[in-house]
Structure formats: C-alpha cells, structure tokens
Design a protein around this ligand. Structure first.
Ligand SMILES: [Zn+2]
Length: 1021
C-alpha cells in the first residue's frame, strides 16, 4: 500500500524544514544552528530506514511462516533491574529450591553478547530487541569494534529494534504523560545511536495484562505502523479466531481525525511463546533437531511433519498467507547458539520439502517484515474502537487486581511524575545555570530514567516481588536528589535569592522538619501549569499561632488546626494558608510564629470537637456536604451554584479474597482479583466523628476502625469535596485476605453504565457484564466488571454527573445503578500463580496508605470543564519548597523576586503544557496538548480548536528555530510516514501538510503537538 505522510488534517504543522528566524538582537550573517544540520542529515535522501527495505524475500503463493527470534526481558520482576542485567541471583534464592533459580537465571548482558555473535555467524539470522533500559546499558560497555559490528547488523535489518521504549510499559496503571516520557527516552537513545536505521516501525506489547485504547493512540501518534499484542481475553481471542479478526485496524481516539490515531493491531498466536515442542533455549527441555539419519535419535522427519501441520492449522485463524511464530520467551537466548542452530536446521528441513510439493516456506523474520507482508496483501480490514480491558486468561481469572496492587508505590510513581515535570520545566526555563549552580550539580536524567523504569509492566502495576518493589522505590528516591539540586539552582536564579532550600518529601505523612522546627520560614510554591492556580498550603507546624505574608509582604489569613495524627495516637498541628501562584511560576510566602505562650494565640488554635447537632454540615459558597450524626456517614452533596442536590452515602467495604474454591482454584493475588462472595463487608456501619471548622476549611474526621479513617474536607472557594482516606495495615490475622474499597451509593438511574478514563486522557463508556465486540459469558460478576481508573471515574443520569478523581491509578467499577466504587488497598495471603510466587502481603512500607478522592457533583454540561481542569491540577500539583529565613542575594545587582511567571500570558483552559524539558545544550522539547475531547464541553466551548502563539509564549528564552516532530520527538513530522491501510469504514483523506507558523499554533480537541526548539536563554536578572 506504500507509505503516506503522517501529517493529516488535524495537524497544522509540518513544513519542509521547520521554521527559522533570527532573534532581533542577533546580528550578523544567518547561521544554521547545529540542530538544523542534524535534522538535514537525518532527513537526507538515501538515509533510508532499515525497516522494510531490508526484509527477507518471501514466496508468493506459499504459506510463509515468519520465525520471530526474540527475548522478553522484564525491567525488574522476580529480580531487580541490576540483578537481571548482570545475572545475579537475589539473596533469597540461596534459601529457595533450585527450581526457581533455573526459571530465572536470567542475565541480559549474556543474552545480548550471545545473540550478537550468533547473528554475525549467519547473515540469514534475525533478532529483535525491545527494552532500551537494558540495551543502552549493554551498549555503553561495548568496544568500538563490537559497536561497529552491531551498527552493521542494525543497518542490514538483522538486528531490529521493536517498540524501543525504555521499557515495555504497563497499560492499566500508567498515566499517558509518563508513557510518552518513557517512550521518548528509549527512542531517543536509538535515534542518537543508530539514526534512522534504528527507528522501530512496530510496537510490541506482548506481555502487558490488557491493553488500553490510549496506548494505541499514543503509538499511532509516535509514527508506528503496527502493534502486536500477546495477551487478550480468552473469550475475545476465541471469537476473533473464529471471525478472522486476530488482525484489525484500531481506531484509538474518538476525537482525533482518522488516521491520526489509527493503528494496525495484531494478536499473536501463542502470546509470545514458541509453539509447543519447539523451544530450544537453555531454559527449555524440548529435544534438539537431530538430522543425522544414522543416529538412533534421528527426529527430523517427525519434526518437519509436526511443523507443517502446526503452521497449516495456525494459518486458519489469519487472513493472509503469512503467519508468525514467536521463537523465544522470558530471558531466553542466553545461549543463542542453541536456538539458532536448531532453527537453521528446521528452516533447511522444512523448505527442502518444497521439492516434494510442500507449500510451506519458513524464514527468519521480524514483526516489521511480517507487517510489511500484511500491508502488501492489500486487504480491507475491520476497525476496533473499544479497548482490551479487562483481561482474563480463563473463567474466574480476571487480571483486575493489579489495577490497585501496591497503592503506595502507585502514588509514589504519580508524585514522582509531578516532580519530574517541575524539574524538567525549571531546567528548560533556566538553562545551564539550573544544572550547575550554588547548590551543586543538578540533573534531571536520574529521575527521568527511574520514572521510565517505573512504567514497566511489573513495576507500577504492583506485580513484582517485594524486594524488587523496594528497589524501584530506591531508584525513584535516588532520582529525586539531583532534581532537588536542580530545582534549588533554578529557583535561586529566577528569584535572585540563594536560600537554604529544603524539600519535604514526607508531607504525605505530615512530616516536614523545617516547618515543624522553625519559628520563621519561607514557602515557595511553584506552579507547573500554564494558568494561575489557587492552592491551599498545608504544613505540619509546632504548637502556636503563625502570621503569613504573601509575596507583596501583605498579611494574609491563615489557620492552625489540631488534627489527629494518622501515624500515632498524638495530635498534631497543621498550618493552612491560601496561596495564589502565577502560571509556570512561583510565589514566595513568609511564615512567622507568634509565641505559643501567648493566650490569645492559643485560643485561636482550632481543635476538633464532637458535633452536637443531629445533622452535620460542612459548606462553602459552592458546595454543601451533609452528614448523619448517628452514623457519622456522608448523606448528601449539594452544588449550590447549579442548584443540584444528590443523596450520597459513602463508606468503606472489603471483599474477602478468594483462596480458591470448588468452582475454580483461582485465588486473588497481585494480578488477579477474585472475591469469594459478591457482597463486600462494611468496614464499619458507622464512624466516630470529629468536626473542624475554621475560616479556611471545614472538615469531618471519620474513624471507621483502628485501620480505616477518613477526612472529608471542603476548603474555602473550592468546588469539589476532598476525601482523604487512610487505610491499613489491613488486618489479616483471621486468615482472610481483604480487598478494601471506598463506595459511593446514590439513587441515580445510571442504566448499568459508568465511565472511566484511558491512561488519564480520553474517556471510555463501560457497561456491566458487557463487552462491545463479543457476547460475554460472565464468570465473575465483580472482578469481571472492574476497569482501570487512572485519574477519574464517573456516573451520570443524563442530568447530573458524579465524578471521582483519584490521586493514583486504581481499579474501579459501578456494580449497581447509582453506585461507584474504587479499590484503595488490598492485602492477600496466597499467591495467584502467575509467576510472582509471593502473596501480596506488604509489611512496613506500603502497608498503610493515605490517598485522596476528589468528588465533583455537577450538571452534565459543565462536568467536563470541571473534571478536566481539576485532573490537570491534581497531576501537576504545585511543588512546595521551604527555606529557613536569612537568605543572601544570589545576584547583588538584582533585587530578590518573590513572585514570577515564565509565561507572557496564561494559556487558555484547553491547553495543557504536557512537556517542557531540556533536549540538548541549546534545545528544548515542547509539547502542547488540547485537553478536551470533541463535543465534551458544550457550556464554555472548551471543545473547540484553540490557537496559541508559541513564539511569544515564554519569558526566559527566545525560540530561534522550531521543528515539529512526531509524539516521541524522534522524527520530524514532515518526514514521518506511516503505512496506509484500507478499512471497511468511510475512506480516509490525507491532506497535504501545512507550513508551521510558530505565532499561530492550532490544537484540535485531544491533539498533542510536539516541537523541538533551538533557544537562547535571556538573562532574567
Ligand atoms: Zn513481562
């Protein structure tokens, strides 16, 4: 079908060479930036992609069997990343049976060594590699000669990169921003190392446990031609085989105009494993090919016969005369010679049969070359518009537990995403002075890499062993340090003030030494959003009264509340004050303590008290929440602005985790959710309550049990209700594993429908006991209706909408009309037999978890405007940086600044600044996103296209040259091309690319536009 330009009608960008102008202060001859030369080289004729042109010849008219030699190298699972790379056995193995040791001997360095020498032995052999977290590490350790040999293998297509992200990311517990970041990191390594020869054409998610629609959309926007999957629901797969729909076109966005988010998607025949009896790895026990007829072990004839039958029967489920066999599995090819020697023989023996009339041709191939044949087949393909969740690999076996497994790690990952974006932004805004400054060497790279590792499908998913999870947390913590230095350098530079900056990493448990120990301190609040933000600062303090001054040295209102500590029996004090922070900037507040012996001050401390009236209300001018004083539970939420009132009861329940029963031996575990009975138990039918009311906040403290409590909170001026829950350690001494949910029950008529987000971006409609593309035989009425909730879930009766936003990924559902539930924590006693071989039984770190649900009640027409903007604020929350008083000016020529914005003007509400990061010495990466879907907002017209002036957007640097690229920034958009596919839907139009004008960049609903900019930083003193 040939190729097409990726640029389509939804993009305004993509001129021939980008856009170049000289800044007004730049005198002299026009100079081409180095960056520009780089793109010229990259795009020069003859610099062709290895991809399709190096594919092996196939035999038309025959059944071509593409052998795909591959290894699946988890970036952490039963062993840590480093243990897998070097092949170290973790300590616990010395006490375990050798069986486990055999399964996971696993050493990636030896795999790559071994594969490269096997490839060099025979030019017909091919291999694919996926995980750049491992490959880049190996590459750094190679000699110049080995590197040259590898480059040549890549150029010839004999070593091919597929996917090419840092890791093969999870799709259920990941946020789209972090997916884009991790893919960008891996693909950049390939681009820098191999140029266009290393460009992956195919996405390869053979192990993730279910597939999100957003993932496919992102891959399409990155320029991938096709996507291969391993795991899909067993019923779905059965139906697809029957209906010849194992390969389809996935239309992965309801907003982006086709083909922007169209991705050809194929389901592999055997997950990602080799066919039975054909596994020739050192980890397998299948007999090698014996082709010596004189040997008593001769088995070649039998094997050929078996292979021909296998190939023919597999072909029945696919539409072309091509089929694939995945030759490899977890950490295979440590002795690549075993695999290749036997496949060499197999190929020779099978193809020899063609002389006797066999119509089967077997060859070494790659997913890219297989895809190329499918494309050339010139068929019309069906279109898929839903996703592949939830995934079940058999009756009662729903992989919906991992949506919620290890909630503490899931929150740490999301919080780290937030901090990484702050770090990236400040590095971009300040330039080299952020890297080297008064606080030492700052660096965003370690956190970037740690965050990329965390996206792996056993990391943020919560499905790795405890020791590996500890190592993931260690990697994140190690990444925070150099970013804290960078942020300090940058803030000193931007504020002209060198302070004793301090970061409170434990604010989630109300610990912050600077605010707790000092009588005078400064709070700098950095806002990573493109719009001004109002944020209630809340800090633990010592007993006393505090005066707070804003950036203009004016006193502002503040409260001190005494709150029960969730981590001890003691009470503690928290200071609250409202901060207002400009777009992409900061505001600095100063806090001074008044003596705690001051009587007047003591009386102003607000203590929680027992409510006296029968009905308890917390309210501000927008929201009112009513509680039953008898039960202590929430009864009603009202939106006063819109005159909406909804009875809502909310409480905590737990499902008793199945340990296997007569129907099925399947237990609930790290991956699988399987409650023993349908109905969850209430943690408690009532809560002990305390009330706090100050001028800035009204709170109801609910205590359900020794291990479950909640604060329901309403800040002044806030349009949502905040539910801060603390759950754990979940008691399991009764030998019952427990899966704890927070459930909202309302009388809304919701027709068995609810809505969940896909990786934090587009919204998908869910229906109980229903799948859009096949007739479901439901075996688990609870677990089989669970879906990933990355940022939000909602229900609606067509008039009003109840939306709950989460602060991390969780599993959620609506199991009866008007009801909505989220799984907040789980603690289990048995393993679910999916390989991790460890029950999900966190002790110490991770056993007690605190999180927030933000609840919005609004009219349907207003709902998107509310939840889109609130979710954006939640993911990119303001960053607090504290400092003890008594700072020194950083630059004696300039006065210190207490407030700053890097934007010349605020971005419109539709526009989300998805990425702003350093890309090179004088280059930045920029991504602008339209954060509303088509027709989502009718009220304020936020679903219409929006145009911004990128040239004049930033204060701290001038854009000298701008190039639009694909989503992962590894190809200029104007040069990127994708395969065309014919579908059974309306014909697709491919409009010509338009010229990029940086003064007028238009974004269509849900569109992300990615740019590389050559910049010059301004001196902002
Ligand atoms: Zn895996």
């Amino acid at each position: 079908m040939g190729t097409r330009s990726l640029t389509s009608g939804v993009r305004a960008g993509g001129g021939n060479t980008g856009w170049l102008w000289m800044s007004s202060c730049n005198l002299g001859l026009p100079v081409l930036p180095i960056f520009f030369l780089f793109w010229l080289l990259l795009a020069a004729p003859g610099a062709r992609a290895a991809g399709y042109k190096t594919c092996p010849a196939t035999k038309p008219g025959m059944l071509n069997v593409h052998l795909l030699p591959h290894t699946h190298d988890d970036v952490g699972w039963l062993k840590t990343v480093d243990q897998y790379y070097y092949g170290i056995e973790p300590d616990f193995l010395t006490f375990m049976p050798t069986v486990l040791s055999d399964v996971q001997h696993a050493s990636v360095q030896y795999i790559l060594d071994s594969v490269i020498s096997s490839l060099l032995e025979d030019p017909t052999r091919r291999f694919i590699y996926v995980e750049m977290a491992f490959f880049s590490r190996w590459w750094k350790q190679q000699t110049r000669a080995t590197r040259e040999a590898v480059r040549s293998l890549v150029r010839q297509g004999r070593l091919e990169f597929v996917n090419g992200g840092w890791v093969m990311n999870d799709e259920a517990a990941t946020h789209y921003g972090a997916i884009v970041d991790q893919m960008t990191l891996g693909l950049r390594f390939l681009q820098d190392t191999f140029g266009s020869d290393g460009l992956p054409r195919v996405a390869w998610h053979i192990d993730p446990f279910g597939h999100s629609r957003e993932q496919a959309s992102l891959f399409a926007q990155m320029g991938f031609d096709g996507f291969f999957l391993g795991r899909i629901d067993y019923q779905d797969k059965f139906n697809r085989k029957k209906r010849l729909r194992m390969e389809e076109l996935w239309r992965a966005s309801a907003s982006l105009k086709p083909p922007a988010a169209d991705l050809f998607t194929g389901v592999l025949p055997n997950n990602y494993n080799p066919p039975e009896k054909l596994c020739w790895d050192v980890l397998c026990s299948d007999p090698p090919v014996v082709d010596d007829r004189h040997s008593p072990e001769f088995n070649a004839d039998k094997l050929v016969d078996y292979f021909l039958k296998l190939a023919t029967s597999q072909k029945k489920y696919y539409r072309t005369n091509h089929t694939v066999m995945t030759m490899g599995s977890d950490f295979q090819y440590e002795n690549a010679n075993m695999w290749f020697k036997n496949m060499d023989k197999l190929i020779h023996l099978v193809n020899k049969q063609q002389a006797n009339g066999s119509q089967v041709h077997v060859l070494y191939s790659t997913p890219t070359c297989y895809l190329w044949e499918l494309n050339k087949a010139n068929l019309t393909w069906t279109v898929k518009e839903d996703d592949f969740f939830p995934y079940a690999d058999g009756p009662h076996m729903f992989w919906t537990g991992y949506f919620s497994s290890r909630p503490a790690l899931k929150r740490y990952e999301r919080l780290s995403y937030n901090f990484l974006q702050v770090c990236n932004q400040l590095e971009a805004l300040v330039g080299p002075k952020a890297n080297v400054g008064p606080y030492g060497s700052g660096d965003s790279a370690p956190l970037k890499e740690a965050m990329a590792v965390l996206q792996h499908h056993d990391a943020v998913s919560g499905t790795a062993r405890q020791n590996v999870v500890n190592d993931y947390a260690r990697q994140l913590a190690a990444g925070w340090g150099p970013c804290e230095v960078l942020v300090s350098n940058a803030l000193a530079q931007l504020s002209n003030n060198k302070q004793n900056f301090s970061f409170c990493r434990e604010l989630n448990i109300s610990i912050c030494p600077v605010s707790q120990m000092s009588e005078h301190f400064l709070v700098t609040v950095y806002n990573p959003l493109g719009r001004k933000v109002d944020h209630m600062v809340r800090l633990p303090v010592s007993e006393g009264l505090f005066f707070v001054k804003d950036p203009n040295d004016k006193s502002i209102s503040s409260n001190v509340v005494m709150v029960p500590s969730a981590y001890s029996k003691m009470y503690q004090w928290e200071l609250l004050f409202p901060a207002s922070v400009p777009a992409l900037g900061f505001s600095t507040y100063s806090v001074n303590q008044v003596s705690s012996h001051n009587h007047q001050a003591r009386n102003q401390l607000t203590r929680p008290r027992k409510p006296k009236s029968r009905v308890i209300v917390i309210e501000n001018k927008y929201i009112r929440a009513t509680f039953d004083s008898g039960t202590g539970l929430l009864m009603k939420i009202e939106n006063m602005e819109q005159n909406l009132s909804l009875p809502v009861s909310q409480g905590f329940f737990w499902y008793n985790a199945s340990a296997g029963d007569e129907e099925s031996s399947q237990a609930s575990g790290a991956y699988i959710f399987r409650p023993s009975v349908r109905k969850p138990m209430a943690v408690s039918h009532w809560a002990q309550i305390n009330l706090v009311k100050t001028t800035l906040v009204q709170e109801v403290y609910q205590n359900f049990s020794a291990w479950c409590s909640q604060v329901i909170r309403l800040y002044e001026g806030q349009r949502h209700l905040e539910l801060e829950w603390t759950v754990g350690p979940i008691p399991v001494k009764d030998d019952w594993g427990k899966e704890v949910i927070s459930r909202f029950d309302t009388p809304m008529k919701t027709k068995g429908q609810f809505f969940t987000d896909s990786n934090g971006r587009e919204i998908l409609k869910r229906r109980d006991d229903y799948r859009p593309t096949w007739t479901l035989n439901q075996t688990e009425p609870v677990a089989g209706n669970y879906y990933p909730v990355n940022t939000r879930i909602y229900i609606t009766d067509g008039h009003m909408q109840l939306t709950v936003l989460t602060d991390r990924s969780q599993g959620g559902s609506s199991l009866k009309d008007g009801s909505l539930e989220l799984m907040v924590h789980r603690r289990l006693l048995v393993d679910d037999e999916r390989g991790v071989m460890e029950p999900l039984l966190e002790t110490n770190t991770g056993d007690k978890v605190r999180g927030r649900h933000l609840v919005l009640l609004s009219s349907v027409s207003d709902a998107a405007a509310r939840h889109r903007l609130l979710a954006e604020q939640e993911v990119l929350a303001p960053q607090l940086v504290l400092a003890l008083g008594g700072s020194s000016p950083y630059n004696s020529q300039a006065a210190p600044k207490t407030q700053f914005s890097a934007l010349r003007q605020e971005l419109p509400p539709q526009v989300h600044l998805l990425s702003l990061a350093r890309w090179g010495p004088k280059m930045l990466l920029l991504r602008l996103e339209h954060q509303f879907a088509v027709k989502e907002d009718s009220n304020r017209n936020l679903s219409s296209p929006v145009t911004v002036n990128l040239q004049d957007m930033f204060q701290t640097f001038t854009i000298i040259y701008l190039q639009e690229t694909t989503l992962a920034a590894n190809q200029p958009l104007s040069r990127a091309s994708r395969l065309k596919w014919m579908t059974n839907t309306d014909p697709i139009s491919y409009p010509a690319p338009s010229v990029l004008d940086p003064t007028s960049v238009t974004l269509q609903p849900m569109e992300i536009r990615t740019f590389l900019a050559s910049v010059q930083w301004r001196d902002h003193s």
